[in-house]
Design a binder for this molecule. Structure first.
Ligand code: TXA
Ligand code: MG
Length: 403
């Protein structure tokens, strides 16, 4: 882009930014009949037709939708989120056949994965067709496609009559929204509509796999695990960055929060609450002991700590701090302790993660100490998001775990 054009674009963005939009929010019951949903969502389909942007629930997280064929609407998504324009978007469809109009070809393994996991939390990357505007793919020649498994998402795509691009409906850098309230907190006055269809069941974003590579490559872990994919199409590869993120950067040295820590993983810092996050890994007893020791130090220096733990460990903290109030009671003690859930229900742990990170933003907690979770099933995806929220700051409390 030459300088004059870039300046023009900048001015245009500023104008759009300054225009405060009246955000319309409507609650719908995802259990309603399809006809009722289509009729309730009609006004939102109209907004999308007029290049507006509308937040809607999916089974993973809330998405911020615009027509995938309308660069004008898509531009507004980037502006509302403050998203860098080099980050491509996922195109959402409701019928499998639609994929063939949007991509050059679908390899056999892609068909097998569609049959196994669509609709559902799996996004596949293929070579794009010309019909997909460059703004969707950040100028690249591949496009990400997903078929969400949520009645409201499906009805919105259907009533809009076009595939919808939808990044997560958070301000860029924030944890993804799992309720309409989260969307409102980030984007009120910046988008045209919010459809409230309750909380998202999966709670973390879809698995992303690049089907243009041989073997296909896992780019983002999510609700559909590597094991589940390999059961269907055999061995896949994993983006090596994923294991780096999982291991983190930190050594045994404790970082000094807040302010002083230089986060070498800045480019990975997403999903970040206002407070600094540190993950502690190691044997259960050692982790709990270290959390309490660090909490004491921070408290003595006047900094309130948040702790993310698991149901199974709550009793250990109750011994030290007395009764712990649950989220529902809306009380945040010092330290403020939140449980992801029981280790026996890793899906529920995933579903709670972003809401808990966002809850800390409503408190005066300055540092969040999060216990690492096991890497099995969705645990790998949970650790991916937690590690990003922590800017990859992971403290290994004993040597054995360093793998
Ligand atoms: O669960 C989800 O996938 C949610 C819901 C709303 O569907 N959407 C979502 O979108 O998480 P977003 O934009 O927040 O994340 C999309 C991810 C980004 O990391 C992006 O870089 C990657 O997918 N992506 C999209 N298109 C790509 C492409 N052509 N090649 C490589 N990565 C791509
Ligand atoms: Mg996102």
């Amino acid at each position: 882009m030459d300088e004059k054009k870039a300046k023009q674009q900048e001015n245009k963005n500023r104008l759009i930014e300054e225009e405060k939009i009246l955000t319309v929010m409507t609650t719908v019951n995802p259990g309603s009949s399809k006809e009722a949903l289509l009729s309730a969502l009609y006004p939102f389909g109209q907004m999308i037709e007029k290049s507006g942007v509308v937040a809607f629930p999916t089974e993973t997280v809330y998405g911020l939708g615009a027509s995938a064929l309308d660069p004008k609407g898509i531009e507004k998504i980037f502006i509302a989120k403050g998203r860098p324009s080099d980050n491509p978007l996922i195109v959402h469809i409701t019928k499998t056949e639609e994929v063939f109009d949007l991509v050059e070809s679908v390899p056999e393994k892609g068909i097998q994965l569609m049959k196994a996991f669509w609709p559902g939390p799996l996004t596949m990357i293929f070579k794009k067709e010309k019909i997909i505007p460059d703004i969707v793919t950040a100028g690249g020649d591949t496009v990400a496609i997903r078929m969400p498994d949520h009645p409201v998402a499906k009805a919105l795509i259907e009533i809009s009559g076009v595939p919808l691009v939808a990044p997560s409906a958070n301000a860029s850098g924030k944890p993804s929204p799992t309720t309409a309230r989260h969307v409102w907190d980030d984007l009120d006055g910046k988008i045209h509509g919010i459809i409230d269809g309750g909380s998202c069941l999966v709670g973390i974003e879809s698995t992303v796999i690049d089907m243009t590579l041989k073997p296909p490559m896992l780019l983002r872990p999510g609700g559909i695990t590597q094991k589940m994919i390999e059961k269907v199409i055999g061995p896949i590869q994993r983006d090596e960055q994923l294991d780096e993120i999982y291991r983190g950067n930190s050594s045994k040295k404790e970082p000094h929060f807040p302010g002083k820590v230089r986060s070498p993983g800045m480019k990975y810092t997403h999903y970040a609450p206002k407070a600094k996050v540190l993950i502690l890994r190691g044997r259960r007893e050692k982790v709990i002991e270290k959390v309490q020791e660090m909490e004491k130090n921070y408290r003595e220096s006047g900094q309130k700590v948040g702790i993310i733990t698991l149901d199974e460990n709550l009793k250990d903290y109750e011994k030290a701090y007395g009764k712990i109030h649950g989220e529902a009671e809306d009380i945040c003690n010092n330290p403020c302790i939140r449980s992801l859930g029981s280790v026996k229900e890793v899906e529920k742990m995933a579903a709670n993660l972003f809401a808990i990170l966002r809850d800390f933003d409503q408190t005066d907690v300055k540092i969040i100490l999060a216990e690492a979770v096991e890497d099995r099933e969705m645990g790998y995806a949970i650790m991916n998001r937690l590690s990003k929220a922590a800017g990859q700051n992971i403290l290994y409390v004993d040597e054995e775990d360093r793998s």
